[in-house]
Design a protein around this ligand. Structure first.
Ligand code: ATP
Ligand code: MG
Length: 175
């Protein structure tokens, strides 16, 4: 199966994210991520078997042990890629605690021999795929207010023509 580990958004932040997406989808074309599916990927594992899945759960436990909730603060919109194939995301402040959590998780995965995508951690919430942004600046958008995330979850991702479906397999609560 295809798997990744992500921070879940707390309810208030997720609700405000849904409102932001409603405003954005009025002025921007693209395949928007359904509200409820927003998350902050900490490590993307890709294809894993049963043994690796269990090791990933151990790594999650180890990385989260003794850690409290982490603060999420929206910083602004950004894109990966260009033209018609851009991915639109909301960037989060690169705090020491977020970096440390992702770093611990990746180190615990590596020490168990579980492979993950090695790209640098850039905390963000993906909002839309194949996004086409208007030329004019986006104005008057309300970003979610800062909040604390307390759930780190191993997700299974099933790719479907109408977008990926995520299924939580294992969650560790921070604090
Ligand atoms: P789709 O690929 O159909 O657009 P998706 O990107 O939501 O759907 P996945 O590709 O399974 O679904 O990705 C799950 C999560 O992991 C997403 O947050 C995605 O941005 C992130 N992700 C995917 N591939 C990588 C990668 N190579 N490195 C880092 N993060 C990734
Ligand atoms: Mg993808």
């Amino acid at each position: 199966m295809r798997a990744f580990i992500a921070l879940e958004l707390p309810e208030a932040f997720a609700d405000e994210m849904a409102a932001l997406v409603r405003s954005l989808s009025a002025v921007c074309e693209g395949r928007f991520v359904a509200p409820g599916n927003h998350h902050v990927t900490l490590a993307f594992l890709g294809e894993v078997g049963e043994a690796e899945t269990r090791l990933a759960m151990d790594a999650l436990d180890a990385a989260c042990a003794g850690s409290g909730p982490v603060r999420l603060a929206a910083e602004g919109l950004g894109t990966f890629g260009r033209g018609r194939d851009a991915t639109l995301w909301l960037g989060l402040r690169r705090t020491d605690e977020l970096e440390a959590l992702a770093g611990r998780l990746r180190a615990e995965l590596a020490s168990r021999g579980v492979a993950y995508d090695q790209k640098d951690f850039l905390p963000h919430v993906t909002l839309a795929r194949r996004a086409r942004l208007p030329r004019a600046a986006l104005e008057g958008l309300a970003f979610p207010r800062p909040d604390e995330a307390a759930c780190v979850t191993l997700f299974r991702s099933d790719l479907r023509p109408d977008g990926a479906r995520y299924k939580p397999l294992y969650t560790v609560e921070l604090g």
